[in-house]
Design a protein around this ligand. Structure first.
Ligand code: FAD
Ligand code: NAI
Length: 476
């Protein structure tokens, strides 16, 4: 077997690794990317968690299930009668799989276009060399690679509950949650975080009776409290049952389903019986099979690769990005780190601004935010002013028939610099981009208030919320 030499080897082809490889190739480096994900036929399926069992398939099912709910519950108000509604779940799941495949194929195309050598298999460190690292790839074909720089982008895995391993039949991680073959009558979820709410929404819309058990006493504790409260109200109205402040006990899985013993917020013993259980209690960094010991790559107590602000590890020429390092586990964060690392390898000044990474929860209403919440600012003793505007008073939202929620702008009391924007409502995922741009440019709330926004558009709610910071909203 001949040794193949590269300037940059990226381990992992998720959003972090794939984008790091593309940027490195654009910058003129001889680049390789190794990814082990397999499709149903055992072939390559680059794109990582995001493409295969995360962002993309969950958004496909959120879209399909939202159409189903609209057809069943909301079309009539628009004067559209659909008669008896029926669900072809196999077709819905098939469409989701096709969307995933389009993305897998798109990444393979981009690798080819950018002349990136792609290896399908598992990469592990063998040894450090003078000015580089030797890696072994075990997979479709075994390979020996040497890279001057190595970027570790090996992602994360779902965290299991102790004593309740994932079997993907009855106790499901995000993987099984995206391919339940028949709508369960009763579905339980543990963890009312991002996955709990998104996947809970999908299966509730398709007809399951959904109960979400959450350990924390507050609903969406990281979200601005007013926004979280509004969202909680909307989910309760839709029939998504969320129990807060629970302590999970024994989980028993049998032929008939799953039984979860827990104590409720009052300390009373309870049992939840469900047909399927999704466990969504966070994710853990993944370095399985990477063999970090061979080169002395440092991991922390959670198993994450230790990096500095620039994604440099303890080893010269070894970098790490995305879910396998500190920081939010988001695809766009992984991508930004990938670009920044490739540019740093090229001697440029790649940069990721952690203060302006947006978050989106793709429920209905959507929840999106960037920057700090009122609660964080108050705790830090920072003087701020806030303005909000309800979608109920927005013409486009009324025309759409989707008036739940609001936009809130939080700005520094003295300088008026925008410190955070928080949205719950229609297309919050798209509206948040304006706020991110504004914060990147250190805009004041007055800047947004004075910018002309198209009418009628949802973005006018952002302008009005900015006006409301100065108590001069025009339409409310
Ligand atoms: P990953 O995407 O996990 O990719 C890592 C890749 O490395 C995998 O393909 C893996 O097979 C490969 N690999 C690992 N070890 C090796 C090895 N030794 N050799 C070769 N290959 C290896 N984020 C968002 O921003 N928006 C969303 O809407 C969103 N939705 C999500 C929905 C769900 C259900 C889940 C679970 C996650 C979601 N996320 C979302 C989070 C997002 O998926 C992750 O933050 C993102 O995938 C991290 O990218 P990454 O490149 O670091 O790792
Ligand atoms: P999460 O961190 O969002 O939520 C986990 C929830 O489980 C928390 O509310 C936590 O308090 C609760 N919890 C933890 N242990 C518990 C226990 N023993 N009993 C009951 N509740 C418990 O994690 P989640 O939903 O698993 O998602 C993982 C990550 O994937 C997210 O944090 C996010 O980074 C990413 N993701 C992003 C999405 C997006 O951007 N739209 C969508 C889905 C996932």
């Amino acid at each position: 077997m001949s040794i193949k030499q590269f300037d940059v080897i990226v381990i992992g082809g998720g959003p972090g690794g794939q984008i790091a490889a593309i940027r490195a190739a654009q910058l003129g480096f001889n680049t390789a990317c190794v990814d082990e994900w397999k499709n149903g036929q055992g072939g390559p399926a680059p794109g990582g968690t995001c493409t295969n069992v995360g962002c993309i398939p969950s958004k496909a099912l959120l879209q399909s299930s939202e159409h189903y709910e609209h057809a069943g519950k909301h079309f009539a108000a628009h004067g559209i009668n659909v008669g008896e509604l029926s669900l072809d779940l196999a077709k819905m799941l098939g469409r989701k799989n096709a969307v995933v495949k389009q993305n897998n194929d798109g990444i393979l195309y981009l690798f080819k276009k950018n002349k990136i050598s792609f290896f399908h298999g598992r990469a592990s460190f063998v040894r450090a060399l003078e000015g580089g690292y030797e890696l072994k790839v075990s997979g479709t074909a075994d390979e020996q690679l040497v890279g001057k720089h190595v970027i570790v982008a090996t992602g994360s895995n779902a965290r299991a509950l102790p004593g309740a391993a994932f079997d993907e039949e009855q106790i499901l991680s995000n993987d099984g949650a995206l391919r339940i073959p028949a709508v369960p009558k009763k579905l339980g979820l543990i963890g009312a975080g991002v996955i709990g709410l998104e996947m809970g929404s999908v299966w509730r819309r398709l007809g399951a009776e959904v109960t979400v058990l959450e350990a924390l006493p507050a609903f969406l504790g990281a979200v601005d409290a007013q926004i979280a409260k509004e969202a909680q109200k909307a989910f309760a109205k839709q029939g998504l049952k969320v129990e807060l402040g629970v302590k999970i006990g024994a989980v028993a899985s049998g032929k008939k389903g799953v039984s979860i013993a827990y104590s409720d917020a009052k300390g009373q013993a309870q049992t939840l019986e469900v047909d399927k259980l999704i466990v969504s209690i966070g994710r853990v960094p993944n370095t399985t099979g990477l063999n970090p010991e061979a080169v002395g790559l440092k991991l922390d107590e959670r198993g994450a690769v230790v990096v500095d602000d620039d994604c440099k590890t303890n080893l010269p020429g070894v970098w790490a990005i995305g879910d396998v390092v500190r920081g939010p586990m988001l695809a766009h964060k992984a991508e930004e780190e990938g670009v920044a690392v490739a540019e740093r390898i090229a001697g440029q000044h790649g940069h990721v601004n952690f203060n302006t990474i947006p978050w989106v929860i793709y429920t209905s209403p959507e929840i999106a935010w960037v920057g700090q919440t009122e609660q964080q600012l108050a705790a830090a003793g920072r003087a701020y002013k806030a303005g909000s505007f309800p979608f109920m008073a927005n013409g486009r939202a009324r025309a759409m028939g989707d008036t739940t929620g609001m936009v809130k702008v939080v700005a520094d009391a003295k300088t008026d610099e925008i410190l955070g924007v928080h949205i719950v409502g229609p297309l919050a995922s798209e509206l948040i981009a304006e706020a991110v741009v504004a914060m990147e440019f250190k805009a004041s709330s007055e800047d947004i208030a004075r910018i002309c926004h198209a009418h009628p558009s949802l973005s006018e709610a952002t302008k009005e919320a900015a006006l409301a910071v100065d108590k001069r909203a025009l339409n409310f």
